[in-house]
Every structure is written in C-alpha cells, then in structure tokens.
Ligand binder design. Structure first.
Ligand SMILES: [Mn+2]
Length: 432
C-alpha cells in the first residue's frame, strides 16, 4: 500500500489586495497565509510520512513570480527533499509563459536536478521509486492549442472544430503512453485540466479563451488507479472508479471561493484500488455582508446590525449595501469602520438604488393580457421620443408576426455581424 499526499492550485503570491502589510515582517499578510497553509500540507506529508507528494499545478499567479515568493515556495518543497519524499510538480496554466513552451516557474527544479523531484511539463510517463515500491505516473500538464496543433492544422477551423481536433490529438497521445504502461504497477494520471463534468469557479474566467475542456470519459480508463487533478479550485470527486478528484486550491484566492472548504487529500493506493481522505485546512475566512438599506427608516442602525450579525473576526470582509442617494447623510462612516475593525481587512461598496425606475404603464400591468401588437401600440403611445418611428415599428412588427417562418432558409447575416465574428477569430488567433 502506497500513501500519497495530493495538493493543488497553490497560487502563492495572489490576492494581495485582501491582505495588509504585516509591520513586523514587512510582508503582505496574504502571502504569510499562503506560506503557513502550504507549510501545513508539507508538515502532514512529513509527519505521516507519505511515500509521494503530487502537486497538481498552478504554483503562482503567473510564470514569473518575484524572487521572494519563489523562495517561499521553494523553501517549503525543499523540506520534502530533506525528508526524501519523491515529489511531482505539474505545470498548470498559470505556470506557463504565454509565449514559448514549458513551465518556466517550475522547470528550475529539473534544471537544478533536485533529488526526487519530477517536473511534469509534458505528456510523459515517469517511474518513481518510493519507500512502498515503484509507481508509474503519467503527467498531463495544461494543454494549449499550440501544444498539440500547428497553425496550418487550425486554419479555417471554428473554435469548436479546433477543440475537437485538440481532443483527438490528446486521445492519440494518451493512448501512446497507456500502451507502454506496466500493467502490474500502481498507476496515476496527474493532470491539470478543466474536466467537462466539473463545477467551475473563478478559474473558468482566469483561463478564459486559452484552454479547452477535456471529456472525463477520455481519462477514466481502467489502467489508472488514481486520477489526480488540478485547476478547478473547488474540491470535488468526479469519478469513484477509477477515483478521479480535484483537491481544490489550498487557500481562498478570491471571494468566489468564500463558501468552499479548502484542503488537500491523502490517498492510499495499490494496483486496482485507491481510497482518498479530504483533509480540510484552517484557512482565513472570507465574508460578504450584504444589506439593502433603501427602505430602512434608520439605515445606519440596519447597517450596523447586519455587520454585528456576521462573524468577521480576522476575516477578509466585503460589505455591500444599497441605499437611496438622500440617505447618504444618515450613514456615519466612522462608526461603520469601527464596527468592521475586528476584520482582518475589509472593503465597502455602497450602491445607490435608482430613483428613476419608470412606473409600470397601468395598461400593461401583470394581470392584463394583450396581443403583442396592442402591447407595442400601448408602449409606443407612452414613448414621446419614439413617435417618429412608431409607424415603421408597428409595420415591421406586424410583418414579423404574420410572416411564415421558413426554417430551411439560411439565417440572414449582416456585414456587421460577420465583421464581429472575424474580429473574434482574429483575437483567438493572437492567443495561439
Ligand atoms: Mn489552473
């Protein structure tokens, strides 16, 4: 039985806006949080001790972290070298340079020949000797179009076709690795990818336009005993047999992760069997407080009550409240700051509710039913500014309503629409 610790999406050095400078160290407190949390993962790996550590990718927010952040990361992983625990560092999308190939921020570990460390920056099978025997690991780093496709391959193809082609190439390349596996050894697929059946969070937007979704059916092959994933920040199990899961990020990167538990997994593995245990980490809470004061007689009182009801102690807090513009005099900011002082950091966002909302037309109230043309007439009769267009709009509307739909006719497209599509295509080409 082999025991391994799988963690992912460290993103060390991100979210500084949620921290403050620690006067004792001069460091941003969120960097200190991330370091403390990573050290908890490494502590556990050493205390067990596990036979193997898998890192699922996204070490930093980008491929060129400042030396201080790079060093903080390295000094934690260095402890695994001292403890002689083999470690695989997989390259995620945030670790890759936008230009060129390879995971610049992690390849230094291979360049230095760090004992027991493997960097997964390409689709490849590694054999690792651990205290509990040999394990084979296929590394599948974040793939972009340029990894498996050339420009001529993608010429004149739509995005959907490009993605399909990419998946076809991946299927072939993965099959090549699978055929060379030793079927007697415990086998792991370690991938940084967006699985088609995953629930996404912020990472969907962070990687927008640069990657593609991998069908789980492509990965859940019997030859794998454990499919260790990275990229999605929300912990989730995607498949029970073979076991496939995202441990999620180890710290909250932003407010989209406010309600998610953070942690890593410990996995017991043998050929044909994997059992995982999610180990939650005691990370700093994020707390959103929302209050609508626009109808309150005493807005300040209501606001303070909303703050008092929330557990904000040492939390990263955002306070969002709505009020009418004439209520602003009734808010005492100093009292609000005092009420929020137990928070680690806080931001305040006041939104004015619009006073200009148009009253409903009595003729168009919810319970009355009108024919579409009558409704349009009523609407136009109340819009002085559209009077010049009214006749034309009514003629056009009645033509639309009476026209026989011809579902076989090609959809008419104007030149603007085509130009927009071309612009989009050009943008996507630049991302290659
Ligand atoms: Mn990622």
């Amino acid at each position: 039985m082999l025991r391994l610790l799988h963690l992912s999406d460290i993103h060390m050095g991100s979210g500084f806006c949620h921290g403050r400078i620690n006067p004792e160290t001069g460091l941003n407190t969120r960097l200190e949080d991330f370091i403390a949390t990573l050290s908890r993962c490494i502590d556990r790996a050493i205390a067990e001790p596990v036979d193997l550590v898998l890192f699922g990718g996204d070490a930093f927010p980008d491929a060129t972290p400042p030396p201080l952040v790079q060093q903080a990361f390295a000094s934690q992983f260095r402890r695994l070298v001292d403890a002689e625990i083999p470690t695989v560092l997989l390259v995620g999308n945030h670790d890759q340079h936008a230009q060129g190939t390879g995971g610049a921020s992690l390849c230094i570990y291979r360049t230095l020949g760090v004992p027991g460390f493997v960097v997964g920056d390409r689709l490849m099978t590694h054999h690792l000797n651990t205290r509990s025997g040999t394990v084979q690991i296929i590394t599948l780093p974040w793939l972009t179009r340029s990894t498996l496709l050339t420009r001529p391959d993608t010429e004149a193809l739509s995005m959907v076709e490009v993605n399909q082609l990419l998946i076809d190439r991946l299927r072939v390349a993965l099959e090549g690795e699978i055929r060379r596996l030793d079927p007697s050894l415990p086998t792991i697929l370690l991938g940084h990818l967006m699985a088609d059946t995953a629930c996404y969070g912020a990472e969907r937007f962070m990687a927008a336009g640069k990657g593609f979704t991998v069908p789980m059916a492509l990965l859940t092959r019997d030859c794998f005993d454990y499919i260790a994933l990275g990229h999605v920040h929300k912990h989730q199990i995607l498949c029970e047999s073979p076991l496939a899961l995202y441990p999620g990020s180890i710290e909250r990167v932003d407010f989209s992760e406010e309600k998610e538990d953070k942690g890593y997994v410990l996995v017991s593995l043998r050929r044909g069997q994997a059992v995982a245990e999610f180990c939650p980490l005691p990370v700093r809470p994020f707390k959103t407080i929302s209050a609508d004061l626009s109808k309150a007689e005493h807005p300040q009182q209501k606001l303070l009550k909303a703050i008092a009801a929330a557990d904000i102690n040492e939390a990263v807090v955002r306070l969002i409240y709505k009020l009418r513009s004439e209520q602003i005099e009734q808010i005492d900011n100093n009292a609000v700051y005092a009420a929020l002082s137990a928070a680690h950091t806080y931001t305040i966002q006041a939104e004015f509710v619009s006073q200009l909302a148009r009253p409903r037309l009595p003729e168009l109230k919810a319970e009355s039913t009108l024919e579409p043309l009558t409704a349009l007439q009523t609407y136009l009769a109340n819009r002085e500014d559209l009077r010049d267009l009214a006749t034309e709009m009514l003629t056009a509307a009645s033509a639309l309503l009476t026209a026989e739909p011809d579902l076989t006719a090609p959809v008419a497209r104007d030149s603007d629409e085509i130009l927009q599509e071309l612009d989009l295509a050009a943008q996507q080409l630049r991302l290659l």
